[in-house]
Design a protein around this ligand. Sequence first.
Ligand SMILES: N[C@@H](CCC[C@H](N)C(=O)O)C(=O)O
Length: 291
Amino acid sequence: MNTAPLAFLKGHGTENDFVIVPDPDNAVDLPAAVVARLCDRRAGIGGDGLLHVVRSAAHPEARESAGEAEWFMDYRNADGSVAEMCGNGVRVFARYLQHAGLVTAGDVAVATRGGVKHVHLAKNGDVTVSMGRAVLPGEGVTVTVAGRSWPARNVNMGNPHAVAFVDDLAHAGDLTAEPPYSPAPVYPDGVNIEFVADRGPRHVAMRVHERGAAETRSCGTGACAVAVAAARRDGVDPAATGAPVTYTVDVLGGTLLITEHPDGAVEMTGPAVIVAEGRLDPAWWDATTSG
Ligand SMILES: N[C@@H](CCC[C@H](N)C(=O)O)C(=O)O
């Protein structure tokens, strides 16, 4: 028997939008096809991804973190695939915990597949998450769109990113389908691909094709990967200078501020909004889960 997750919410962070399914006891089975239906913008609620809100103690992938973080973000992409981490998602997740009265303080730890993340909910509505260190393995790829090719830097923020600097974001073309890249074995589990253009000193704009979701209006881990790649391209490394560096990253849905600290920790700040809450129709749920 698949318990109906009758309650749901909808939220977004810089227009990266999520279906939120509160399920403290991990009682709801969410196979990929059901997640994809919930995220379907015509036949379901609609979202770039789904935030399954589970107590860490109740989830086999998070039990070990239960002492540090009461809640686990079981993140799914819109196609139902599992992802290690979602930067906008974890900020919206923390906003939901506050909205639901499940946390009262401004600081909350959230367990994710990419480790425990510490989130700060500021009084002005901004939400900051400490994302941990970026890892920049040497090997990158070449990304091609409509006959143009760019080298893309490999940046891991818990999940994989390929960051390509372009003259004009329009050159990324129609990102409905994933742009081809080579050599493919660099990303055996797939990759999120960011296209980045300069806007000014320490200020860039990006578009993204997200693994499991196509083009989205923002990607938090992507913005962090972009800021770190831009800093290295600009010859800036906080570990060497001992001073933090902040990049402004414009996404289609707003702006994110990304700071890299001398110890390598990357922090992201931006809005996180709960838009609506409602209840799924049990008949819809039964039809969706029985098919
Ligand atoms: N939108 C997210 C990233 C979601 C996961 C990504 N599509 C993946 O598969 O790695 C963000 O804000 O970071």
